[in-house]
Structure formats: structure tokens, C-alpha cells
Design a protein around this ligand. Structure first.
Ligand SMILES: CC(C)(COP(=O)(O)OP(=O)(O)OC[C@H]1O[C@@H](n2cnc3c(N)ncnc32)[C@H](O)[C@@H]1OP(=O)(O)O)[C@@H](O)C(=O)NCCC(=O)NCCS
Length: 123
């Protein structure tokens, strides 16, 4: 996944990107997100990843809830993200976290790159 995670995300979105470590201090997961510069109501999650051995243990939920808390404090009421229609695990994860499918858009990220657009309202 390195091509979609250039260093800029870890330099310029520090306040809204987080890592999770296990008891040994090893990386177990991360979330990269940011405050929308276009819409002052919105925040966006670019990518979440949890290491295979830690999946299903609440790491992803913990990372997302930390993100929600931070962006809510910044006055954001909507969180958006996109995922691939083929990634059923990701869609299920986001629905468990309270996202709903806003739209499914063909060629959203270029020819053949369809995306599920997900949206969550923060209460
Ligand atoms: C998607 C991913 C981040 C989930 O992380 P995770 O730490 O395993 O998720 P959690 O254990 O915190 O689960 C949170 C909720 O999502 C649900 N969930 C997670 N994966 C699920 C799956 N494959 N199917 C159904 N539900 C799932 C859990 O049941 C849980 O629900 P609950 O809290 O109501 O009980 C992880 O599987 C991953 O890194 N996948 C590869 C990278 C990827 O696809 N990233 C998303 C691209 S945008």
C-alpha cells in the first residue's frame, strides 16, 4: 500500500493521523485522515490499516473513534471516506462504525476504479 501512503500524510496531517501499538511497542495499525479544506463541516479518512494478526480485536474501531473525537473537537460533523466495491471487509467495517453508503460511483478514481462513497454524521 506504500504508493498511496506517501510521507506527506505523516508530516502534514499529524493531528488527525494516528498509530496503534501493541504491548511490545510494535505497530498494530494506523489511520491517516485530515480536515477538509474545502468544506468546513467535513473530515476525510484517507486510509486505515490494521496488521493481519491484530484484526478483529478492536484496533480499527479505536483508531476511528480517536479520529472522530479529534475532528469533532475541530467542529466537523461529517466524516467521509471511499473504498473499493471489491473490499467487502472494508465496507462491513465502516458500516459497523456507523457509516452509510452514500453512492457507488463508476470510474471515480479513473477508468475501472469504481468506489463506494461512505459517509458518517457525528452526533
Ligand atoms: C478493515 C480493517 C481496518 C478493520 O480493522 P479491525 O481492527 O480488524 O476492526 P475492528 O476489530 O476494530 O472491528 C470494528 C468493527 O468492524 C467490524 N468488522 C471488522 N472487520 C469486519 C469484517 N471483515 N466483516 C464484518 N465486520 C467487520 C467488527 O465486527 C467490529 O464491529 P463491532 O465493533 O460493532 O463489534 C482491517 O481489516 C484492515 O486493515 N484491512 C485491510 C486494509 C483495508 O482494507 N483498509 C480499508 C481500506 S479504506
Amino acid at each position: 500500500m506504500a504508493p498511496i501512503l506517501p510521507r506527506l500524510f505523516f508530516l502534514h496531517f499529524e493531528g488527525t493521523s494516528f498509530v496503534a501499538e501493541d504491548g511490545d511497542g510494535d505497530l498494530s495499525g494506523f489511520v491517516c485522515g485530515f480536515l477538509s479544506q474545502t468544506d468546513p463541516e467535513e473530515a476525510y479518512i484517507h486510509f486505515v490499516g490494521v496488521s493481519p494478526e491484530h484484526r478483529g480485536t478492536g484496533v480499527g474501531r479505536t483508531l476511528y473513534e480517536r479520529f472522530f473525537s479529534e475532528v469533532r473537537d475541530e467542529g466537523r460533523s461529517v466524516v467521509r471516506c471511499v473504498t473499493s466495491p471489491a473490499n467487502a471487509d472494508s465496507v462491513a467495517f465502516h458500516e459497523a462504525l456507523g457509516f452509510r453508503v452514500d453512492r457507488v460511483v463508476e470510474d471515480y478514481d479513473g477508468p475501472g476504479e469504481d468506489r463506494v462513497l461512505l459517509l458518517k454524521r457525528l452526533t
